[in-house]
Design a protein around this ligand. Structure first.
Ligand SMILES: O=C(O)CCC(=O)C(=O)O
Ligand SMILES: [Fe+2]
Length: 658
């Protein structure tokens, strides 16, 4: 029987099966942004680095690959022009005469473009989408009329030719092994849900196809528009590559990949590099030229230059806690991008007794780590410690990619917790732009720590844990408890109109020991910016406060318009918390009895009493006559750190406190 007589999905499976085994699993993505000056074409140095990365990692991404003018002209004079003039045809699966259209396999439209023709198309100025319009829309800036200020663009064919040379050099291919382009590119267009199922570009029908190079021309791509190229490694894990404008993606053509359903106008120009020489194929699949430590270096170098580097500032308040460094090492070792972490530690240690407790060295992994130590006897509780750290954080201008993570000093984290928690936040932000991911993390105990200190995570299910107010303690402080709800409850809409999603469940409270949001959250939570004077005044360090912290912060955040979310799916894990306190000291040892509510005997208890009074006042829990005196004494404004976007009464209703 002929393979072409079979349904194409079966053909694909057979081709996939026949096209061989992988000997080298691809590693993490390597992204390069070579063009420090946005006006330039990717530097040849950066492209060579990408080729190196391709050899060891299986793929690499170069942003701003072409000069902006060139990329803009490809979009207008080629992509849009060919699309509107009907030159793109439904793509076929299978090569040559075996090719047929099957929309269940791929629903893009394509055309072959001669590489030589591309350059001549770019010179034409008379097309409907003129270069002026493109300069305005693509890079969001006004058109520069003085084109001579700009670096001259290289011919696209030249640039692709040197890319092929770069790949040949990176794989150390001898003259008769060299890869070549066939002089053609494939222009592909995806929109209206178009996709391409998992496949390999190299198949028994096209065995000489060894490297795929794709340039993307999607204008203003956003994540919710889909169309990512999902590239698989041997173990079935994958990386999604965004089809961003003027991005080049290189990958080994024997790797499985698919195009996810696309809901935007996604154009891509692909060239393949071929060699019929069997040694070339073997070299490309097997190649790992750099020793492991250099690969690591290459990755760091590449990632550090990536297009939009986000950062996470992490607040760790530690009170005489010997688990602090194990916690931070767990963060550093499990982050996908440790070099994007800015760790800020406040140690509150006993000068004599604690000299050895942080002897475990930090495995910094390229992160920035800054610490400060205060004597433990002057520690006044986690709220004040976290506020001291927050006051030292400068919020960078244009900081939409800067995040804040607040954790306790006795936790462990899962692999890639950083990209996972960003993913959760971004999904919450589709509901509310001021979103916070915060929840009680599952607990671990001594049983989960091996003798040499390594961590074995406890079995699930772990969540979701819903937080609620279970009543008030003898000091009149609200007490918050967590309740595991498994299986997760159905999606609901809350009385204030906020609707949950399939993936996220809403919480009325923050969990102070695991909180993640855009960095601007600290302004509203701790009142540390000049934005609102009353907030700043109200936000004293609230010494002695323990119970009450989460209610106070939650009420402030709610009234400033923030919503708090936890993952609904119990399989979604970020970290684990050591609830048992027996192994460490706590700041309470400084504070006297926990239930002092009569003004206290020494200064610190007085501080705690005042803090509790303040919380009661802010939350309107107590009509006692102290309140007015307190108002004057503290010089509080009328809002006590609350925002004006939503009502305190509505928050109290949500959390059953009214
Ligand atoms: O456009 C892309 O990102 C990839 C398309 C693809 O996989 C192909 O045409 O073989
Ligand atoms: Fe492909």
């Amino acid at each position: 029987m002929e393979i072409s007589g079979l349904p194409s999905s079966i053909q694909l499976q057979i081709l996939r099966h026949l096209s061989g085994t992988h000997t080298q699993p691809p590693q993490k993505p390597v992204r390069l942004n070579p063009a420090s000056d946005a006006g330039h074409t990717a530097s040849s140095e950066a492209t060579l680095t990408a080729c190196q990365a391709l050899t060891t990692c299986g793929f690499a991404v170069v942003d701003d690959f072409l000069a902006p003018d060139t990329a803009g002209k490809i979009l207008s004079n080629l992509c849009k022009e060919w699309r509107s003039s009907g030159k793109l045809r439904p793509a076929k699966t299978g090569a040559g005469v075996l090719g047929k259209t099957d929309l269940r396999v791929r629903s893009d439209t394509v055309a072959a473009v001669d590489l030589g023709e591309i350059d001549s198309l770019l010179d034409r100025q008379d097309l409907k989408y003129g270069v002026d319009a493109v300069n305005g829309s693509i890079d969001g800036r006004a058109n520069h009329s003085n084109q001579s200020d700009r670096p001259s663009s290289r011919s696209v064919r030249d640039q692709l030719t040197s890319l092929v040379h770069g790949v040949n050099r990176a794989f150390s291919l001898t003259e008769n092994q060299e890869l070549r382009s066939n002089g053609l590119a494939q222009l592909g267009f995806y929109s209206d849900g178009a996709m391409y199922v998992k496949h390999k570009d190299a198949s028994p029908l096209i065995p000489g196809r060894l490297i795929t190079a794709i340039m993307y021309f999607t204008e203003n791509w956003e994540e919710n528009q889909g169309g990512q190229l999902r590239l698989y490694s041997d173990d079935g894990s994958y990386t999604d590559i965004a089809p961003r404008f003027n991005r080049l993606l290189l990958f080994k053509s024997h790797l499985d990949h698919e195009v996810l359903p696309t809901f935007c106008d996604r154009f891509a120009l692909t060239i393949w590099m071929y060699s019929e020489n069997a040694d070339t194929a073997a070299k490309i699949r097997l190649h790992s030229q750099l020793p492991q430590n250099n690969v690591h270096h290459l990755k760091e170098l590449a990632i550090a230059k990536s297009e939009k580097p986000w950062s996470i500032t992490i607040s760790v308040a530690s009170y005489r806690d010997p688990d602090t460094h194990a916690t931070i090492n767990s963060l550093l070792q499990n982050a996908k991008y440790p070099q994007r972490l800015k760790i800020r530690i406040l140690y509150q240690d006993h000068q004599d007794e604690d000299s050895q407790i942080h002897s475990e060295p930090l495995i910094v992994n390229g992160a920035s780590v800054v610490s400060k130590t205060i004597p433990s006897h002057s520690a006044t509780g986690p709220y004040s410690a976290r506020r001291i750290i927050a006051k030292g954080i400068s919020i960078p201008p244009g900081s939409e990619e800067a995040y804040y993570l607040q954790i306790d000093s006795h936790m462990r984290f899962v692999q890639d917790w950083d990209t996972r928690i960003i993913g959760l936040l971004k999904s919450a932000e589709t509901v509310c732009s001021k979103s916070i991911i915060s929840f009680y993390p599952p607990g671990f105990g001594d049983d989960n720590l091996n003798p040499e200190g390594s961590f074995l995570k406890p079995p699930g299910p772990h969540g979701p844990v819903l937080m609620y107010c279970k009543g008030f303690d003898a000091d009149g402080m609200p007490r918050i408890a967590g309740k595991l709800v498994f299986p997760p409850p159905p999606v609901k809409t809350w009385p204030d109109g906020v609707s949950e999603t399939e993936t996220l469940i809403r919480q009325p409270f923050i969990a102070a020991g695991l909180l993640f949001a855009r960095i601007s959250v600290i302004q509203d939570m701790y009142g540390i910016s000049g934005e609102s004077k009353t907030t700043a005044q109200a936000s004293e360090n609230l010494e002695g406060l323990f119970f009450g912290e989460e209610s106070l912060c939650s009420a402030r955040l709610y009234t400033h318009g923030w919503d708090i979310w936890a993952p609904r799916d119990p399989e979604v894990e970020i970290g684990f918390h050591r609830w048992n306190r027996a192994y460490r000291h706590t700041f309470w040892e400084n504070c006297g009895a926990q239930t002092v509510n009569d003004g206290g005997k020494d200064g610190r208890d007085v501080g705690k009493y005042r803090s509790q009074q303040l919380v009661k006042k802010v939350l309107e829990l107590d009509g006692s006559s102290d309140v007015r005196a307190l108002d004057e004494e503290w010089g509080l404004g009328s809002r006590n750190g609350l925002g004006r976007i939503r009502l305190l009464a509505d928050w109290k209703e949500l959390c059953g406190m009214s």
